[in-house]
Design a protein around this ligand. Structure first.
Ligand SMILES: *[C@@H]1O[C@H](CO)[C@@H](O)[C@H](O)[C@H]1NC(C)=O
Ligand SMILES: *[C@@H]1O[C@H](CO)[C@@H](O)[C@H](O)[C@H]1NC(C)=O
Length: 854
């Protein structure tokens, strides 16, 4: 008896632990997001001071002066504080998932959530209770020393605002309430009022832009979503020169959000941004600023929205070139370590690769031009003596690599990267490189002759050098040559060279092509021009993009700031921003479908779901296949929208067009098998399952299981004389012609009387978006070392956990029965001794190993 009792205590403790983990898991992820979409609390905390603005501001200049002093005093105080917003405690939970232990913990949390979320009321309470509402009108900054400083700064700003309606004070207060600078608590409603007041009083473009943004997204419940007002404010701001609003308005005209599609307007606004972008870029050293890319999809780090192997980025063809999009820090560290080892052993190409990696920099490897230079130099030293004599008898390949290295070193001297700018050195290295036939050296020296950097201007010499380099397919040289042709008004020839360069995704090439297509004349094509302008505008991120800030906030675990940053980017038209917002808001992420077995779905937040669907849709319209499949899921499950299985089916069909999404094919198989949204057809179902397997070999187990089940169903259907088309019954009826992605989208937006995204997709423009990373093609081959065993371990963990879950479910049932019996006995009610039947586990529900919602 004692032993049994002890056993029970242990098991109970185990369950408690899991419960705690589950609760923690749910809390962590949702804290920030909950607040964003919680309208009620903030609506009731109207700022007391907001009414004061109605009193006419004194125009007395002494008061003006005093107000200015107050603002500067406040700023002086604020500068002593930590500028970044409050960090939530859940920092770095995502990073920890990378380790094996982290993975185990992650799945344990998931499993625990699955088991415990639908427990009896007493257990459910902590998991599903509404989040504690933030105290109304919380004291700003708390009680600490920093809090007092912040409080006094805010008081000064409020005073300045009340005295003379100081715009600076309003603006600062609005930003603090919106972004949470200096740990000021966020209050979206107050921020909205301040921005709106400032926008209406002063026509300040930044404030207009923010008001537009808040109308567009309804963020924090500060205001009803209203696309017409959003466009109005953004247009004002854009005309006043606010870059973010220019992009937003351009994107809205481009895709038809809140307004009919109108290419001319899109081109007009995108051109304004692209001009600024190119001007900014040219303020850099010779050859322009180095462009750092921050637009990444969060989901790609986990193998895509549907996880490893099931998503487009990590299945089919893309599984081979994964590294390009998802070079996780860990993989990259391994690669660097390996290359370093080889380099020290004297492997030239490893040294060169390493140098190039450091020179270009990437998401997880910040640019380090000094390191790059030392590696390049170590190659060059093996080939040239100090006085430029060549050293013979080096290893094979040395001549070519030394030439390339010289090109890079010359470029660094020309641009002043990691060294002081020095044209003499630059030309020395370029000449060395040219001896060995290096294209980038030819281009570099040509550039110096063209603009007279340290040499006398010689345009003919420059043109000859550019031509030599262009023939080696160096995009920079092709552009330089194209520019020369433009000067001689030979647009045809120029365009040819720009198009060659654009294949490499070079910024300037896109810009010139856009200009050519946008000019009057027979070349004119608004659509192409807009598409290229958009690429240019989005590529120069330093000018306007909030993505760098959002990524940093996300890494620091500050999900609220991250979401805002991604939302700003999404509104500006960044596909990655749209995908990230949707991904963060998405509550349908579970890859363990078990919760379908365990009762009704947990409470959902409809506003979040609607927003998520909006951004999945926008991202899908920019040719993101996974987002299209997600759209299908939302329509199939009626999430954030009316349930519509047929729409879902057409989403999946459009997504399966390229045979890239195993998940879409699988879902189609499932829909045909069960006759959901399409006519039931076992034969087609099998074909789709087979296709899913072709797309992704890792789907072997689930596909095999469902095929087995499908065969049984089909056979039974045939035996019992059912009317469903059986497997292999007739010689391959051609599957119904699937609509192509474009047809589908066209039909869709024509048919949907939805004031949000109503329109059709025009022309082939969306295909050319840069979001498939034309610029990260280089160097893919270095990332191909997939770590297979990691996946294997993961599978084993999942299997083990699944078993554990099953055991827990069984145990919980037993326990509940016992409990019920004991309670009943205590209450004196006789109880039938037969246990209640186990919950029905229908076969359909087992058939959805990747979380197909139904
Ligand atoms: C808007 O107002 C703030 C504060 O007065 C100022 O710092 C900012 O530059 C203004 N923005 C524009 C675009 O004028
Ligand atoms: C507040 O923080 C945001 C985001 O970091 C930043 O863009 C903004 O300039 C900050 N505002 C002030 C007044 O520092």
């Amino acid at each position: 008896m004692a032993r049994r009792c002890r056993l029970r205590v242990w098991m109970f403790l185990g369950v408690l632990c899991l419960l705690a983990v589950a609760v923690a898991a749910r809390r962590n992820g949702e804290q920030g997001l909950e607040r964003l979409t919680q309208a009620d609390d903030q609506l009731s905390t109207k700022s007391p001071s907001s009414s004061s603005s109605s009193s006419p501001p004194e125009t007395d200049s002494a008061a003006q002066k005093h107000a200015e002093d107050l603002v500067s005093e406040a700023l002086a105080i604020l500068r002593t504080l930590d500028p970044s917003p409050v960090r939530s405690q859940s920092a770095r939970t995502d990073a920890s998932r990378a380790t094996l232990y982290g993975k185990a913990l992650y799945y344990a949390k998931q499993a625990a959530t699955v088991v415990l979320v639908h427990s009896p009321a007493s257990l459910e309470e902590p998991a599903d209770a509404p989040p504690p509402s933030p105290p109304k009108s919380a004291p700003v900054g708390g009680t600490g020393l920093f809090g007092k400083k912040l409080r006094s700064a805010v008081d000064k700003l409020e005073a300045a605002r009340e005295m003379v309606g100081s715009y600076d004070a309003m603006f600062l207060l609005a930003q603090m309430n919106f972004y949470g600078n200096w740990s000021h608590p966020r209050n979206y409603l107050l921020a909205f009022e301040l921005y709106k007041e400032l926008a209406d009083l002063s026509g300040n473009a930044t404030a207009q832009s923010m008001v537009g943004f808040m109308y567009a997204t309804g963020i924090g419940g500060a205001v009803e979503r209203d696309q017409a007002k959003a466009l109005l404010y953004h247009t004002f701001a854009a005309l006043n020169g606010d870059t973010r609003s220019e992009m937003t308005v351009a994107f809205r005209h481009h895709t038809g959000i809140g307004t009919p599609r109108y290419c001319e307007d899109a081109a007009y606004y995108y051109k304004r941004v692209a001009d600024k972008a190119i001007d900014f870029w040219r303020t850099g050293p010779p050859g322009g600023h180095a462009l750092v890319k921050h637009s990444y999809r969060l989901a790609d780090d986990e193998g895509g929205v549907y996880g490893e192997g099931a998503s487009v980025v990590s299945s089919g063809m893309n599984a081979m070139r994964r590294g390009a999009t998802t070079d996780s820090g860990k993989d990259l560290d391994d690669i660097i370590e390996y290359l370093d080892l080889m380099a020290r052993k004297g492997d030239l190409s490893a040294t060169f690769t390493l140098a190039k990696l450091y020179y270009d920099g990437s998401r997880n490897l910040p640019r380090d031009v000094r390191k790059a230079k030392s590696y390049f130099t170590s190659i060059a030293k093996q080939y040239w003596t100090r006085d430029s004599k060549t050293i013979s008898g080096g290893p094979p390949g040395l001549e070519r690599l030394a030439g390339k290295a010289a090109g890079y070193i010359g470029k660094m001297y020309l641009r002043g990267e990691g060294v002081a700018q020095d044209f003499t050195q630059a030309s020395k290295w370029f000449r060395r490189g040219i001896q060995n036939g290096d294209a980038s050296s030819q281009n570099g020296l040509g550039y110096m002759y063209l603009y007279g950097y340290g040499v006398k201007i010689d345009r003919q010499r420059a043109a000859d050098l550019f031509l030599e380099a262009a023939e080696q397919d160096l995009p920079q040289a092709q552009i330089n040559l194209g520019k020369l042709f433009i000067e001689h008004t030979d647009i045809e020839a120029a365009k040819r060279y720009f198009e060659l360069a654009a294949r490499h995704g070079t910024l300037e090439a896109y810009y010139y092509l856009a200009e050519i297509y946008n000019s009057r004349g027979k070349e004119r094509s608004c659509i192409i021009a807009t598409t290229y302008y958009k690429v240019v505008a989005e590529r120069v991120e330093a000018l306007q993009s909030p993505l760098a800030w959002a990524n940093k906030a996300y890494q620091d675990g500050d999900r609220e700031s991250a979401l805002i940053g991604y939302m700003l980017a999404a509104e500006q038209g960044y596909e990655a921003g749209q995908a990230n917002v949707a991904y963060l808001l998405d509550q349908e992420k579970s890859r363990l479908p078990l919760h379908h077995l365990l009762g009704p779905a947990p409470r959902k937040d409809t506003q979040k779901q609607e927003l998520a669907l909006i951004y999945w849709t926008r991202s899908a319209k920019q040719s993101n296949t996974d987002s299209l499949v997600k759209m299908g899921d939302y329509y199939l499950g009626g999430i954030g929208t009316e349930q519509d299985a047929e729409k879902a089916a057409s989403c999946y069909q459009a997504a399966s067009e390229l045979q890239a999404s195993a998940q879409a094919l699988w879902n189609l198989g499932w829909m045909h098998e069960n006759g959901v949204g399409v006519e039931q057809d076992f034969h087609l179902a099998k074909r789709y399952y087979d296709h899913a397997l072709e797309t992704n070999q890792e789907a072997y187990l689930p596909v095999t299981l469902s095929l087995m089940k499908l065969r049984v169903r089909s056979a039974w259907n045939t035996l019992s004389g059912g009317g469903v088309n059986a497997i292999g019954a007739d010689p391959d009826p051609k599957p119904k012609p699937r609509p192509t992605l474009r047809e589908f989208l066209k039909k869709w937006y024509e048919a949907t009387p939805d004031d949000y995204d109503q329109d059709d997709i025009y022309g082939p423009s969306t295909e050319n978006n840069n979001n498939n990373g034309a610029d990260d093609d280089e160097g893919d081959e270095y990332y191909d070392t997939e770590l297979l065993d990691d996946d294997l371990i993961e599978s084993v963990i999942i299997l083990a956990l699944a078993a554990a879950v099953a055991a827990l479910v069984y145990y919980r049932q037993q326990r509940q029965q016992n409990l019920a019996r004991r309670q009943a006995e205590a209450a004196g009610v006789p109880l039938p001794h037969a246990p209640p039947p186990p919950p029905p586990l229908q076969e359909e529900e087992f058939a959805v190993p990747w979380g197909v919602p139904h």
